[in-house]
Write a new protein. Structure first.
Length: 180
């Protein structure tokens, strides 16, 4: 059909205004529901997420500070974060990766964290503890790291490594002998 843009009603019987009052009302209702969901304050939410990270990081033999850096860079501690590529939740898991690591609800903070930590642990074994390759694979995908035989030359991945380095600026003695 045709699309008309006008500030006056058309005489035709079958038209739907693009920015109709009904559409605006639906969007306002949706936004209102999102705002009214019982959420802890940002500081309290971050503390709760950090408690979950501290609780599970040892189970996956990960440094909790590394996981916190990944969560900060990936989602800024927002459990409802979604990327344009459809990565979801705190650790920005792609749906296939979430499924691969047993995550049934990527919006559940604990499930998302556990899935992301399981993925990091798996990447550590794949890349023999080379933290730089692990993080590059987490960002760009393990196949890109294998294809490029190292950190892919993607600008986004380079920036990602820099951000993680700034947040996690110590040696990860348990797995890597070299600094990020």
């Amino acid at each position: 059909g045709r699309r008309y843009y006008t500030d006056k009603p058309l005489e035709e019987a079958f038209y739907r205004p693009v920015n109709s009052a009904a559409r605006k009302a639906r969007l306002e209702q949706r936004d209102s529901r999102r705002r009214n969901v019982s959420r802890p304050s940002a500081g309290r939410q971050r503390a709760q997420i950090n408690q979950l990270i501290d609780k599970w990081a040892g189970h996956y033999t990960l440094d909790p500070e590394l996981v916190k850096a990944v969560v900060q860079v990936e989602s800024d501690y927002r459990p409802d974060a979604r990327s344009s590529a459809n990565a979801q939740g705190l650790m920005q898991l792609m749906p296939a990766t979430a499924s691969r690591f047993g995550v049934t609800d990527p919006w559940d903070p604990e499930q998302n964290l556990r899935g992301g930590m399981a993925y990091l642990q798996w990447l550590l074994s794949q890349f023999k503890g080379d933290l730089r390759l692990v993080l590059a694979a987490y960002n760009a995908g393990e196949n890109n790291v294998l294809k490029h035989k190292g950190v892919p030359p993607f600008r986004e991945t380079q920036r990602y490594l820099q951000k993680i380095t700034r947040l996690y600026d110590k040696r990860w003695h348990a797995y890597s002998r070299r600094d990020l």
